[in-house]
Ligand binder design. Structure first.
Ligand code: CP
Length: 317
């Protein structure tokens, strides 16, 4: 991989998509594309992160993000520690900042954090010397998910500009939706959000997206249909009547998908609630669903992010 003439992540961290400029996003996607090709060929660069330590600090459950950061770090030669929060001193009352200070004293180079509180990774970034990567914070952002989604779309559609992307379901609680709205809007896509009024955030107008409460209108002519998980664990009141009722109006099935373009792709960040926000027949339709490719691109994107942040560490070493 060749060097870059400018810093792709100028802050030295990846805390959010909001604030990244289109050339930075394109450079990350280009680098991730090259890692995707190397991964498919079984060739990986094993020494880029040699001697560097990456800690995965997940305060919320994860399958895809945590595993792919571990794989990405290993493929680049880093030493990886998956800290088990459930058996750590967090359970004895240690605060996030004291945990951070402890990890800092161990000279961690890269800290990947998922936390239920929006802003936790940004707070940590002020307190530690490591490069901090936001792996999902509350309802705020999930930047690497948006990057892997964008890479998947770009591979399938050849571009992001002028595509109609419908993001559907529980937008209110979705950090995936927020990161995707920032990224896709910055890259010139037309973003629609589709869902019941109770699951729409008030900042939709500020974010410059089209809002639809009817799936037929929201999916009409869409190039990309991105379904979101119904996050019942973040709801403290009954925002939807029942999963069955939700599926009837907002679950993606073949009949609703027929309103999108005939070659529209179907995406879901996972984990999926089959029969709630998406029908199994659509999720498993190899002609339309790119859900498996999203997971594959997750490793490549995380390799690219670690690569870029490690270069900045070397510059500062
Ligand atoms: N998409 C996503 O963040 O999945 P995990 O919760 O499994 O990491």
């Amino acid at each position: 991989m060749s060097g870059f003439s400018y810093p792709i992540l100028p802050s030295g961290h990846l805390l959010a998509i909001e604030g990244l400029e289109p050339p930075h996003i394109s450079a990350l996607l280009d680098l991730a594309e090259s890692y995707a090709l190397l991964n498919r060929q079984g060739k990986t660069q094993r020494d880029l992160l040699k001697g560097r330590t990456l800690i995965n600090l997940f305060f919320e459950d994860s399958t895809r993000t945590r595993t792919s950061f571990e794989l990405a770090g290993k493929r680049l030669g880093a030493d990886i520690v998956n800290m088990s929060v459930s058996t750590s001193s967090v359970n004895k009352g240690e605060t996030l900042l004291d945990t951070a200070a402890t990890l800092n004293a161990m000279h961690t180079d890269l800290l990947v954090i998922r936390h239920a509180q929006s802003g936790a990774p940004a707070l940590l970034a002020q307190k530690v010397d490591a490069a901090v990567i936001n792996a999902g914070d509350g309802t705020h952002e999930h930047p690497t998910q948006a990057l892997l989604d964008a890479l998947t779309i770009r591979r399938r559609k050849g571009r992001l500009e002028n595509l109609i992307v419908a993001i559907c379901g529980d937008v209110l609680h979705s950090r995936v939706a927020r990161s995707n709205i920032h990224l896709l809007s910055a890259m010139g896509a037309r973003v629609r959000v589709v869902g019941p009024p109770t699951l729409m955030p008030s900042e939709c107008a500020r974010l410059g997206v089209e809002v639809h409460h009817d799936m037929r209108a929201g999916l009409d002519g869409a190039d990309v249909v991105m379904m979101l998980r119904l996050q019942r664990e973040r709801m403290n009141s009954g925002l939807v009547p029942s999963p069955r009722e939700f599926f009837r109006f907002y679950g993606l099935d073949a009949a609703k998908l027929a309103h999108a373009k005939p070659d529209a792709i179907v995406m879901h960040p996972g984990p999926m609630n089959r029969g709630v926000e998406i029908d199994s027949a659509v999720a498993d339709d190899a002609a339309r669903s790119v859900i498996g490719e999203q997971v594959e691109m997750g490793v490549a994107v995380r390799m690219a992010v670690l690569d870029v942040l490690a270069r900045a560490l070397r510059r500062n070493a």
